[in-house]
Design a protein around this ligand. Structure first.
Ligand SMILES: [Zn+2]
Length: 85
């Protein structure tokens, strides 16, 4: 899972223009649907993000683009809020 620190709108433009690079081979990433809906409990709310999925045009690997405020659990499946620094 890749953590993306740009806005959703900017992410879409970056995916459409191939500005985001694959972490495995540095090939351009393009839009590839969405990952499974996740439920995240925050101190005062429950959010339901649907992470964006991208596919590398070179190695054909797919990657999940997670918002920067989420981090994955040790099993790579659970999402939890990022701790403020
Ligand atoms: Zn690649």
């Amino acid at each position: 899972m890749l953590h993306v620190t740009i806005s959703q709108e900017r992410r879409e433009v970056a995916l459409a223009t191939g500005e985001l690079a694959c972490p495995a081979c540095s090939g351009p990433l393009s839009p590839w649907g969405y990952a499974r809906l996740r439920e995240v409990r925050l101190p005062r709310e429950i959010r339901s993000p649907t992470p964006r999925r991208a596919r590398c045009s070179t190695c054909e690997t797919t990657h999940v683009l997670s918002p920067s405020w989420l981090v994955t659990g040790s099993d790579g499946q659970l999402l939890r809020p990022a701790r403020p620094r």
